[in-house]
Design a protein around this ligand. Structure first.
Ligand SMILES: CC(C)(COP(=O)(O)OP(=O)(O)OC[C@H]1O[C@@H](n2cnc3c(N)ncnc32)[C@H](O)[C@@H]1OP(=O)(O)O)[C@@H](O)C(=O)NCCC(=O)NCCS
Length: 156
């Protein structure tokens, strides 16, 4: 199994996975298809070894070029708890850092303890809480991952 860029042949399986994870708050096929063209290799899938996908993640670099967002992360229910979510997160962080991005941001439902634990253990911290982020009653935590500090030599 491997992590690789999304291709158009992954559209149906990614849409199904997204629906399973996010129901009516998920993306449409139009958004997923055009995300391939806009985000290119920052749209990642984790192969399930059987021709389908076990998970996906979507990253986007903001127009300031200094910040980026993880716009989506989902793992199919039958594949959860096997390290796939962590692998996709680490992979995306690495790709974004290689592009010179500083802060990497994301939003997460304050009740989503599994995702919050994953993000905290990959280095994210809570930057702020935003009421009504996705509409009335849709509060979200904004989490941020800062770059690793550059070691100082100690020399004057
Ligand atoms: C959140 C999600 C992506 C995690 O994917 P996963 O492949 O199951 O996660 P991993 O197996 O890589 O686990 C990584 C860490 O996540 C946390 N975690 C995962 N499942 C958890 C659970 N059920 N309860 C608490 N923590 C959990 C743990 O910190 C875990 O580390 P550990 O294995 O060392 O304990 C997955 O549950 C999912 O797709 N959920 C629905 C969609 C979603 O909420 N996406 C995030 C939107 S912000």
């Amino acid at each position: 199994m491997a992590i690789r860029p999304f291709t158009v042949t992954d559209l149906a399986s990614t849409l199904a996975l997204d629906r399973e994870a996010f129901a009516e708050q998920g993306y449409t096929s139009i958004v997923l298809r055009q995300a391939r063209d806009v985000f290119d290799e920052l749209f990642r899938v984790y192969e399930d070894g059987d021709g389908g996908i076990a998970g996906y993640a979507m990253g986007a670099i903001a127009t300031d070029r200094a910040t980026a967002w993880i716009l989506a992360l989902a793992v199919a229910k039958k594949h959860r708890g096997a390290g796939i979510g962590r692998a996709l997160t680490v992979d995306l962080l690495s790709l974004l850092r290689a592009r010179g991005v500083a802060d990497v941001l994301l939003t997460v439902d304050p009740a989503n303890t599994a995702a919050i634990s994953l993000y905290q253990t990959t280095g994210f911290t809570v930057a702020r809480t935003v009421d009504d982020y996705f509409g009335p009653g849709e509060r979200r935590l904004v989490m941020v991952h800062h770059p690793e500090p550059v070691p100082q030599s100690g020399l004057a």
